[in-house]
Design a protein around this ligand. Sequence first.
Ligand code: SAM
Ligand code: 2KA
Ligand code: SF4
Ligand code: MG
Length: 229
Amino acid sequence: MMEAGVSVRFKVNEIFKSIQGEGSRAGRPCLFIRLTGCPLRCVYCDTTYAYFEGGTMDLDEILAQVREALGPPLPGPNAPFVELTGGEPLAHPGAPALLEALLDLGYEVALETAGSHDIRVVDERVVKIVDRKTPGSGEGHRWLDSNLDHLVPGQDELKFVLCSPEDYAWARDWCLGKGVLDRFDVLFSPVWGSLDPAWLAERIVEDGLPVRFQMQLHKLVWGAEKRGV
Ligand SMILES: C[S@@+](CC[C@H](N)C(=O)[O-])C[C@H]1O[C@@H](n2cnc3c(N)ncnc32)[C@H](O)[C@@H]1O
Ligand SMILES: Nc1nc2[nH]cc(C(=O)O)c2c(=O)[nH]1
Ligand code: SF4
Ligand SMILES: [Mg+2]
């Protein structure tokens, strides 16, 4: 909780409405808040423009923009959906307060994070999509293993973005070793333009892995280079 009266400021790269392109909620209309800055440098990162570009906004300005874009929330299963991403949103000390404020307004709220920062700071009701970086990403060593103890089964997701067949074998063995496949919704996705999606889909089927294959739906719809979708 932030102290009352203290204005929390954020560097914001973009705020846009689109179709959720990733995870088990893909296909739903969603408003994205993309914060600027990331301490990681995944080799495949498709959002390098969010490393530094952005303008400063305070919490109330962000909330006003969300309300204007989505209208008043209707709580329930079809509450409007808001996702905080980046960059690495948890690199911002104010991210937990922003997420809580969005929940308090009645929206369904998700957080896309690299698993490098402690997710315990985040309200339990936030849908946490935690990306377990692979060796191929170059950032596998940033993983905070204690995050596994704070994922909410049936709500949160553990995600692997795979660069190569070696990454696939590593991710499969890691999941089996950690016993996560019978606890959480696990997503396997190819790095766009790197790993052949058909190869990945066939290996998942052959190995009988209970993971969800996914591709970035927004890139299928609008192409890989378009921003703000
Ligand atoms: C841009 S990141 C922002 C959130 C956070 N920093 C993270 O990495 O989870 C959002 C998601 O996009 C994925 N991503 C980035 N570049 C990608 C690419 N070229 N192909 C597939 N997924 C990619 C990341 O792995 C991550 O799951
Ligand atoms: N449409 C769309 N869906 C997304 N889901 C996660 C995204 C992200 O960059 O974190 C993303 C994104 O950039 N666009
Ligand atoms: S952690 Fe996310 S934003 Fe940062 S470099 Fe990796 S994919 Fe890009
Ligand atoms: Mg994206």
